[in-house]
Ligand binder design. Structure first.
Ligand SMILES: C[S@@+](CC[C@H](N)C(=O)[O-])C[C@H]1O[C@@H](n2cnc3c(N)ncnc32)[C@H](O)[C@@H]1O
Length: 412
């Protein structure tokens, strides 16, 4: 088994669930060794290419293989050895004979605060130490200066660090330091391009972040051979990601014909073709008349979440919103039930709020009676503020009153 580290973006719990779903989907055996809001370390059996695997994910910003683990109880020489040409040659990191650029990043994953603070202070010294050691071996090296303790992906790409140099990602756990080599960073430009430059958008009905769409598709645990559908497709954020991921059948529908037209425009902009994407206008309540029974592997969707909120709603306002949305969710789940294959999944968003410091979740009542919630992280017994009592995840956007709750269901 090889060990790998993953650095999540702003949504660590959801990202952990996404990684685990992707492991399961690929039939990989894994063991979670470490998880914090800054890093996750797994040992995985049979992962052939960390770059291809990570490239599918929406929540991870950096990943790579673990080269070594140094216990804090080991002697100092062992620790210092990491920052030498000899170690890097031994691990196959140093292959290039020309001038190289390197970077170091430090992530907190359970280390004692005092130990971590010492490591953090030592970071500048370690950069210099490594540079000098490389020089003594006739390797000219420069390093990326960092303000905090982490090198941003943008700097790694701009300076070709991963191509013609290296980054060591140091993940500090309670007892040890995992020394990883960064092998992949997220295609931040690609995600930003799809977030900001899609030609057709409908700001009023709300557009979801592209990375969230990607994470939700991965949460479904379904692979390329599957049929996915988004019946509240809006301007098509989920549909576009599904097209990039290569799902074999994709169904996008919306009650608004403008939305369906927008998706067509956006798909043309993205791929120049509509290939395996089937778009149509439909009220979700009538969806089972438009699609074949038991033909869908996963519904991945963000329903209408109510009118835009310009101020924080009152408790009565929240109750009213939940009450108003209930028939829509009921209609959606009734149709999902008819259309899903036996092992089908639903990945769906509900509105949630923090009211007087307490989380107020949408009341499901009998809406999803034919479904059971899937708690992806249940066996791992992880506590995190973004994991709800029903095993779903909170996605909190800056400057938004409404919190998105991301929930996964299986057909009973
Ligand atoms: C929050 S938006 C989805 C946005 C989408 N995820 C995106 O990123 O563009 C909800 C969509 O649900 C559609 N909608 C509302 N009621 C519907 C219904 N009864 N059946 C189908 N679609 C509906 C709206 O037209 C809107 O486009």
């Amino acid at each position: 088994m090889e060990q790998y580290f993953f650095i999540p973006g702003r949504y660590p719990a959801l990202t952990l669930a996404e990684i685990i779903s992707a492991f399961k989907e690929e039939g990989l055996l894994y063991d979670l060794l470490l998880f914090s809001k800054e890093a996750a370390v797994f040992s995985v059996n049979g992962l052939s290419d960390i770059k291809t695997f990570s490239g599918k994910l929406g929540g991870v910003v950096k990943s790579g293989r673990v080269l070594d683990e140094i216990l804090f109880s080991d002697n100092e020489d062992k620790f210092n050895y990491i920052f030498t040409a000899a170690f890097l040659k031994e691990k196959g990191v140093l292959l290039n004979s020309g001038k190289i650029k390197f970077a170091l990043s430090l992530y907190q994953a359970g280390a004692d605060a005092e130990i971590f603070s010492r490591l953090e202070k030592k970071l500048t010294e370690l950069h210099v130490h490594l540079k000098d050691n490389l020089k003594s071996e006739n390797i000219k090296a420069g390093f990326i200066r960092i303000k905090n303790r982490q090198t941003q992906s943008v700097s790694l790409v701009k300076n070709s660090v991963l191509k013609s140099g290296f980054e060591l990602s140091l993940v500090a756990s309670a007892h040890s330091l995992f020394v990883g080599r960064t092998e992949w960073v997220q295609d931040f430009e690609g995600f930003a391009r799809r977030d900001f430059y899609k030609p057709a958008k409908d700001k009023r009905s709300g557009i979801m972040p592209v990375k969230l769409a990607r994470m939700m598709l991965n949460l479904s645990g379904k692979g390329e051979s599957s049929a996915v559908a988004d019946p509240f497709a809006g301007s098509g954020t989920i549909i576009l990601e599904a097209a990039i991921m290569g799902f074999s059948k994709i169904y996008g529908s919306d009650i608004s014909s403008k939305a369906v037209g927008d998706i067509r425009t956006n798909l043309n902009w993205l791929t120049g073709k509509q290939a395996n994407v089937n778009l149509f206008v439909s009220d979700v309540a009538r969806l089972s008349q438009k699609l074949q029974a038991q033909s869908i592997d996963a519904f991945v969707t963000e329903p209408y979440l109510g009118p835009p909120l310009h101020k924080f709603p009152t408790p009565e306002g929240i109750n009213r919103l939940f009450r108003d949305l209930t028939p829509l969710y009921r209609a959606a789940f009734t149709n999902f039930r008819k259309l899903l294959k036996k092992d089908g999944r639903v990945v769906i968003i509900f509105p949630a709020f923090i009211l007087s410091g307490r989380l107020k979740l949408f009341e499901l009542g009998p809406i999803a009676d034919d479904f059971e919630p899937v708690h992806l992280l249940r066996e791992l017994k992880i506590a995190h503020a973004d994991i709800t009592v029903r095993g779903s995840f909170l996605y909190r956007s800056i400057n938004q009153f409404l919190i998105r709750e991301i929930a996964l269901f299986a057909r009973k």
